[in-house]
Design a binder for this molecule. Structure first.
Ligand SMILES: [Zn+2]
Ligand SMILES: [Zn+2]
Length: 284
């Protein structure tokens, strides 16, 4: 059984539509794929409707979390699975973060404009195609102007990585864990040691999150070295957290392929028997 619990569609910053993502899951020979767009459940319906026979969809999201207990604050990504998408407090927080992403995109465009780079907000919105706006959409504008060649290059410090990097108002990570649990879902801390994506999440913070109801941690991820993976597994064992592996597929916005990393079927069984907010759906 091949299970990939982390993938993005055009509902956020992936390049496959939700339907195309499920087709790709079937073509890659996955049995289970999770749709985890940033701060939105907008792709759930289309992915469910298009599900190929034999492929099981785990509906989820990747929440933009932040720990405000230190200076500078620590940004972290929290995967949330099988929660009730109608849970009002969670819906409100997701909407607030999506608005913050819009504002960040507008302010980043203003910064670029001030340096004579003529990108526009409507253009960025067009690349987002109605989905959650992310920095890869800003990267597309830089690529089209020949300023950079790839999304990875656009994320370097001289571009969106630092010079044109602005903060968004994320969800307090402890609030996020509580809201997802209240909505019947389970939470997994995404790529905690992926230093290229921001800060490494301190072990002490992961321990506090485990005590606050975090369910699991993503160990096998393309941005983790072998040492990062081993260390994450050890920490998870000490803290009683489940361990997942997943591709974090973004279509052509990143080089990693769907199914490049997978999750143990026993961990998946544990997840679906724990979550009460939504059930996995299998295509017939
Ligand atoms: Zn992430
Ligand atoms: Zn992701």
């Amino acid at each position: 059984m091949r299970i990939d619990l982390h993938a993005h569609s055009t509902a956020s910053d992936g390049t496959d539509s939700p339907a195309a993502l499920t087709a790709e899951a079937a073509a890659t020979g996955l049995d289970v794929v999770a749709l985890t767009d940033h701060d939105t459940t907008a792709g759930w319906e289309a992915a469910t409707a298009a599900l190929p026979a034999g492929v099981t969809l785990v509906r989820g999201a990747e929440l933009s979390g932040r720990w405000y207990g230190d200076e500078p604050t620590v940004g972290l990504h929290l995967l949330a699975y099988l929660f009730d998408p109608g849970h009002a407090p969670l819906v409100a927080e997701l909407a607030r973060v999506r608005r913050s992403r819009e504002h960040r995109a507008e302010n980043t465009v203003a910064l670029l404009n001030a340096d004579g780079i003529d990108v526009t907000v409507p253009e960025i919105r067009r690349y987002a195609a109605g989905g959650t706006i992310g920095r890869p959409h800003l990267a597309q504008a830089l690529i089209r102007r020949g300023l950079v060649a790839t999304v990875d290059e656009a994320f370097k410090p001289e571009w969106l990585g630092r010079r044109y990097r602005l903060a968004k108002t994320d969800i307090d990570v402890f609030t996020a864990v509580r809201l997802v649990n209240d909505a019947g879902g389970v939470t997994v801390l995404a790529h905690p040691r992926a230093s290229g994506r921001g800060h490494i999440v301190p072990d002490t913070l992961i321990a506090e999150l485990a005590a606050a109801g975090l369910w699991g941690v993503e160990a096998d991820h393309t941005d983790h070295s072998a040492a990062d993976r081993a260390r994450t597994r050890l920490l998870a064992r000490d803290l009683g957290l489940r361990v997942t592996g997943s591709s974090d597929y973004h279509g052509t916005n990143k080089t990693v392929r769907l199914g490049a990393f997978t999750t143990d079927p026993l961990v998946y069984q544990d997840m679906i028997s724990t979550a009460t907010g939504a059930a996995p759906v299998t295509g017939s």
